[in-house]
Ligand binder design. Sequence first.
Ligand SMILES: CC(C)(COP(=O)(O)OP(=O)(O)OC[C@H]1O[C@@H](n2cnc3c(N)ncnc32)[C@H](O)[C@@H]1OP(=O)(O)O)[C@@H](O)C(=O)NCCC(=O)NCCS
Length: 157
Amino acid sequence: MILSDIEYKKATSGDIPMVQKLLMANRLPYQDVVTSGVSFIIALSDGHIIGCIGIEGKDNHALLRSFAVDERYKNKGIGSKLYQRLLAQLSEEKTEMLHLLTTTADGYFKKKGFVRCDRTTAPESIKSTKEFSSICPSDSIYMTLCIKPISPGNSSA
Ligand SMILES: CC(C)(COP(=O)(O)OP(=O)(O)OC[C@H]1O[C@@H](n2cnc3c(N)ncnc32)[C@H](O)[C@@H]1OP(=O)(O)O)[C@@H](O)C(=O)NCCC(=O)NCCS
């Protein structure tokens, strides 16, 4: 495998079944990705989806979720490339703050600058997501990262 041959792009609806398969293999929630309106960036090797990162919500606050790399390709920087591409995409959008829940990768996100927060402090738009309200276990770690200065009056939008 040559890492420079890996292609990164926005997923289309036709990619979703393979994305769900990757999420399932990584024991991450996958059933609601379409109904929850998650948009994905995917990594492809020889046309096969080997990584994905999802974002839910197009407001000032968005939920980073559904982040997985195929077992055979882990620890090669593919997750970081997906994450960087997501940040580049969000720099052109409204999102100011990223939120996530994890039971498995808090150490990974800490290295990216995320800080652990009390789940009760999440804004309503995040609390009301399916992942937050019903899918993720209550002992999941809630983390946030400010990616742009928060606009006045939008701290809990
Ligand atoms: C988290 C994940 C997407 C990272 O992708 P990746 O391509 O393997 O990661 P990268 O190559 O960008 O980064 C590798 C580095 O992160 C560290 N790392 C990887 N997974 C980690 C985890 N779960 N916790 C802490 N550190 C982790 C590696 O040890 C490595 O550290 P180093 O650079 O100091 O050697 C991938 O490990 C994965 O699919 N995990 C299972 C699903 C999951 O937990 N997703 C996150 C919740 S949404």
